[in-house]
Structures are given as C-alpha cells and as structure tokens.
Design a protein around this ligand. Structure first.
Ligand SMILES: Nc1nc2c(ncn2[C@@H]2O[C@H](COP(=O)(O)OP(=O)(O)OP(=O)(O)O)[C@@H](O)[C@H]2O)c(=O)[nH]1
Ligand SMILES: [Mg+2]
Length: 441
C-alpha cells in the first residue's frame, strides 16, 4: 500500500540528516520534493498545496528541540498534518438510531459496493452482535441479486428476496418493513452502479434515501482510481450528501491519491477500507495509523516524544559520535540499555522503532528486566577496558573468566555479547534508514 510514496518520502527526509537544523532553505527544498511525490501519488493539486503550506508554517515556527534532529522534527510535523488531512479521528458507523438502522451503499460500477455490503454485514454480525439484512436493490444487472444472495449465504446473513421487476425504491421500503417483522436491526441496501454519473442514477439514490432515511450513506470508492474517485465522490456528495467513504482495493498498488485527498475535498470521513477480496478483508480507517504506514515509522513519534523527555543528551551525543565511527562499544551498549530503559520497557521501546520492531520480536532474550540489566552490567564490568572496546578479544577462556568474575554463567556472557552485536546491527539499520538513535542528531 502506497509503497512508492513511502519510499520517495523516506528518500527526501533522509536528506535532512546531517543538516544542523531546519532552515527556510532546507524546509523549502524538502517541501518542493514532497510536493512532487504527492502529485505523483495522484493527490489532488489543491489538497497538496494547502497541505504543504500548513506543514511549512509549522516547520518554520518550530522551536528548536535539542534532542530531535531536523529530520525527526520535520517528520513529526509532517506526520501530524498527514493525520489531520485524512481525518484526525476514527469515524465509526452511525447505527445509533431506532432499529432498523439503514446503511446505503453507493458508488460507480465495480467499485466494490456489493462485496463491501457483505463485508460490513459480516463485521457487524461478528464484532457488534448485530443482525444485518442484505438488500439487493440493483435490478439492472441480471446477476446482481444472485451475487448478494450467494454472499449472504456464505456469511449466514439473511438476504431480502428482491424481484428484478420491482422498483429499487419499493425494494428498499419493503425490505425495511420486513427487517422489523424479522427482528433484524441493520438493513444494508446495495444499490446499482453505473459506469458514469448520470441523472437517473442520482434520482434513484435520492428517492431511496427519501424513502428509508438511512443513518449511513456510504460512498464506495476504488482506491486504485486515485483522483477520479475523489471527483466522483464530490458529485455523489453534492447529490445525496453521503455520510462517509469506504475505500476499497487498498490491498492493491493504489498510489494514495484517493486516501489523501478525499476527506479534504468532500469533507466526509473515510470510515472503512477494503483490503482484499475475502469477506473478512475490511478494516476501520485510522488516520493516524495510515499516516504512520505511509511514513513507515512504526510509532517513531511516540519514541521521539519519550526520547525528548528521557535521554541524557550529552551521553547520547557521545554515543552517536562513536556510532558514526562505527565504534559502538560494550560500554555504549550498557549505556544505551540504561537510556532506553528510562523510556519504558525495553522491548516496547525497541518495538516502536521502524524496521526494528519485527527484529526485536524475533530476539526472545531482548527484554532485560531490572535484574537482567544488573547481570549485564556485572558482566560488562568484569571485562577489561580493552575488551569493552573490542569484543573480538572475548575468546572462550576469557568468557569463562568473566562469567566467574561476575557470578554468572558462560551462556550469560555469550548472550550479552550476542545482544550487543544485535544492538549494534540495529543501530546500523536505523542509521541507514535515515533515523538516528533517540536524542542523537
Ligand atoms: N482486491 C480487492 N478486491 C476487491 C475489494 N473490494 C471489492 N473487490 C473486488 O472488486 C470487484 C467488484 O466488486 P463488487 O462488489 O461486485 O462491485 P460493485 O460496486 O458491487 O459492482 P457493480 O454492482 O457492478 O456496480 C470484485 O471482483 C470484488 O471481489 C478489495 O477491497 N480488495
Ligand atoms: Mg454490485
């Protein structure tokens, strides 16, 4: 999802590394590149422009934070604005009305209305303990009614028995009446798609809306169609005042344009995203998570925030210097563990670092509790200064001596050496990915 955009942004942000601070000049350069990336990702021109202006204003007004590098500072601002652009908050489906709540699915042909109707039904049934009623109101395409019946059967959800000669408005009205008698609390109306927007379709949707007063009118958009989806959403919204957007096919190689522009253009939140053909493949839309996925930073910002509070800047700077020289020693390792510990449970902290979370999960021994930390310290203290600077000196007999000296086992010493190596590797990974150790510049 949005891989291309993610890579390009990372490339641009990386250039901020090695810069002393954010200046008019490097902010301008960065924004120019970002603008190109956004337009290439098919983000609406005006949306991109407004967005970049907001980022610029914040970046220029940013007070200098000692513990953050320019790249980190910029990413922090960028991330916040990106989240706001997509809606800032999670928008749940509004079903808090006298039952049955009615959800109307709208959108162009092939956008995923029918599939999404079934997905939502399944989600409401399993997660919200609701009893959905699927209603095929597409009487134009011969197989449309059957398509929904098959899906309903598969997920054990009742389907209204639409007859192709019925009028879609009557179908909707009758389905709602039937839902009441059947004791079903959520009616999902699957409307017909069109290749293009036309008056007739809009009138039909308006009439259905007037007949059954849906609490949700969802515009289903194919994320792969980028800005086109946004234009169409605008038209639908004008005509029938939609309540939210579902972006489908986010599992494909959508470029991001639709996801990034649609909220800003229509003023309507993205509520759900479709991430596959399977009926389970639907997720709530979290603007924050999406922004962090786009920037591929795990929860880098949480980490940045904690780092601001906890890291001893002098020590961090010292460590950074050594790291630069690829000279991260056992002593630095010990120090790093203490610094990280101040930010919270080590595993959790490391898990927040992009590209490292997964690595950490693989390393089972990576959670030294207080006790474990003491042990590590004892082991490192039992090494000679030379060994701490060059762990290659730690041969078998030295390791046995160190174990004896620190009251531990050889396996413990081996493990510490291994953890040290892993930490060193991780820091290197962070470096090459354009991130530095919290508090380092
Ligand atoms: N990969 C992927 N495919 C999807 C997703 N949602 C829908 N599809 C596929 O898109 C195609 C069209 O889906 P439908 O649900 O039939 O679309 P529709 O809007 O009801 O189409 P019409 O009724 O013809 O207007 C189907 O092949 C679906 O399997 C999704 O989130 N991911
Ligand atoms: Mg359909």
């Amino acid at each position: 999802m949005f891989d291309n955009l993610t890579d390009k942004l990372a490339g641009t942000f990386k250039k901020l590394r090695g810069q002393g601070k954010l200046t008019d000049r490097n902010i301008e350069d960065t924004l120019k590149e970002v603008r190109k990336h956004l337009l290439e990702a098919d983000v609406n021109y005006r949306v991109a422009k407004d967005f970049l202006e907001a980022v610029k204003k914040k970046a220029l007004g940013q007070e200098v934070m000692k513990s953050l590098s320019p790249g980190q500072q910029f990413i922090k601002i960028f991330y916040k604005e990106l989240t706001d652009l997509m809606g800032a908050e999670i928008s749940d489906l509004n079903l808090k009305v006298a039952p049955p709540a009615v959800i109307m699915m709208t959108g162009l042909q092939g956008s995923g209305k029918t599939t999404t109707a079934a997905k939502i039904a399944l989600m409401l049934k399993t997660e919200k303990k609701r009893s959905p009623f699927l209603v095929p109101a597409d009487v134009y395409r011969p197989a449309a009614i059957d398509q929904l019946k098959v899906l309903g059967d598969r997920i054990g959800v009742q389907v209204f028995d639409s007859i192709p000669t019925m009028n879609p408005v009557d179908i909707a009205r009758e389905a709602v009446a039937q839902a009441k008698t059947r004791g079903l609390d959520t009616v999902l109306i699957d409307t017909a798609g069109r290749l293009h927007i036309d008056e007739e379709l809009m009138d039909e949707l308006k009439n259905i809306k007037a007949a059954v007063s849906p609490s949700e009118i969802l515009f289903v958009a194919d994320a792969m169609t980028g800005q086109d989806a946004v234009t169409v959403a605008e038209t639908f919204n004008h005509a029938i005042d939609v309540t939210g957007v579902v972006l489908t096919k986010m599992d494909g190689d959508a470029r991001g344009g639709a996801a990034l522009s649609i909220k800003s253009v229509t003023g309507k939140p993205i509520k759900l995203v479709g991430v596959g053909e399977k009926l389970e493949a639907i997720e709530a839309f979290y603007p924050e998570r999406m922004a962090s996925r786009i920037l591929e930073m795990g929860d880098m910002l949480t980490l940045i925030e904690r780092a601001e509070k906890a890291v001893d800047e002098e020590k961090a700077a010292e460590m950074e210097k050594r790291l630069r020289k690829n000279d991260f020693t056992m002593e630095d390792f010990r120090e790093a563990l203490y610094q990280l510990k101040k930010m919270g449970p080590l595993e959790e902290v490391l898990g927040l670092i992009p590209g490292i979370g997964a690595q950490v999960r693989r390393i089972k021994d990576m959670t030294p509790a207080e006790k474990e930390l003491k042990k590590i310290e004892a082991i490192i203290n039992s090494m000679t200064a030379k060994e701490r600077r060059n762990y290659n000196l730690l041969n078998g007999s030295r390791r046995r001596r160190i174990a004896a000296g620190s009251g531990t086992q050889v396996q413990d010493v081996n493990r510490v050496v291994k953890q040290y190596q892993q930490m060193k590797k991780m820091l290197k990974t962070m470096n090459t990915r354009g991130f530095s150790f919290p508090g380092m510049k």
